[in-house]
Design a protein around this ligand. Structure first.
Ligand SMILES: [Zn+2]
Length: 311
């Protein structure tokens, strides 16, 4: 368990140096203390970002296999960026953060996208109980947009857990290519526990879900009443968040990662402890695959006027 800063003073006190950040990551990677994977010895030495076994000489690069792999930035900048991302309830754009960190727009944009990768915990618990599911078209992309696909809108599928008092529980959001039964079933199986009661509209893509071990409750669409109000509320909150935080727009190529960020924030919206969110991202940061700038940008430039989504 790492320390959870509750405010900027505590944050600055906990992470005063590169060594403080390294020690934190060692604690997260080896919560029960370092054990050499070659000889099981616990005796070790530490030199910068390198940890060595004193018994057999095996060396481990502490940042290898984490989101920090191959970084040229000081870890203190990374940690500060993660703190800025979690301390604001609505997050922060690269534009707003670049001056604060004293880094270029492109660097901060990349940093934030790498941090978004650590917002999804591998093996996270699936939704359960009663879950509303629906898809929606999102965004309108400018002509000449250089990214993949020519469709002007993206299709998002949303699952929303309903609490007993009908309030919103946890959510999941994914991009899908089309609302085919195959795509819908993949989303449901990856994100929702078997046995869950799933509420949908009458779209044919949902017809087979009861075959996969789910209870299926089909709501009829009527003009007067929204049959799936919870998913529609979640998508409108997502749109409002993008407009508020990323005022210039976002690129379609990265849309799925903004969905991940929204899910991360939404599912922790009741948490008053921002330090716990910081802790969760740091924990995930050593578990998710490292990703390069080229993979993030997919060969296109970071956000520019030309690439924006118009909502
Ligand atoms: Zn060893």
């Amino acid at each position: 368990m790492i320390s959870c800063p509750q405010n900027i003073e505590q944050f600055e006190d906990l992470f005063k140096s590169e060594d403080d950040c390294i020690r934190c990551l060692i604690q997260v990677r080896w919560p029960n203390g370092f054990i050499c994977e070659k000889c099981q010895s616990t005796k070790h030495w530490l030199s910068g970002k390198l940890l060595g076994c004193s018994t057999c000489g095996n060396k481990v690069r502490i940042l290898a296999g984490t989101i920090f792999q191959d970084t040229k930035l000081p870890l203190m900048k990374w940690f500060r960026a993660i703190w800025e991302v979690v301390r604001r309830k609505s997050g922060v754009s690269a534009l707003a953060l670049q001056d604060e960190l004293g880094l270029t727009y492109k660097t901060v944009w990349t940093l934030l996208h790498k941090i978004r990768r650590a917002m999804v915990r591998p093996g996270r618990e699936k939704l359960k109980g009663t879950v509303e599911v629906d898809e929606t078209l999102y965004g309108s992309f400018e002509e000449g947009y250089p990214g993949r696909g020519s469709d002007k809108k993206a299709l998002i599928i949303i699952g929303v857990e309903l609490n007993d008092n009908d309030s919103l529980g946890r959510i999941r959001m994914n991009l899908i290519e089309s609302a085919s039964a195959d795509n819908i079933n993949v989303f449901i199986e990856e994100n929702i526990d078997k046995g869950t009661n799933i509420i949908t509209d009458g779209w044919s893509g949902y017809h087979s879900i009861s075959k996969y071990g789910y209870k299926h409750d089909v709501k009829c669409i009527s003009k007067d009443k929204d049959a799936l109000p919870h998913v529609h509320l979640v998508i409108s909150l997502f749109k409002r968040w993008i407009l508020g935080t990323y005022q210039g727009g976002i690129s379609r190529d990265q849309l799925e990662y903004y969905l991940d960020e929204h899910v991360f924030r939404f599912n922790r919206r009741m948490s008053k402890n921002r330090g716990l969110l910081f802790q969760r991202i740091i924990e995930n940061s050593v578990k998710v695959e490292p990703v390069t700038y080229n993979k993030i940008s997919r060969g296109t430039k970071p956000y520019s006027e030309r690439e924006k989504i118009i909502i």
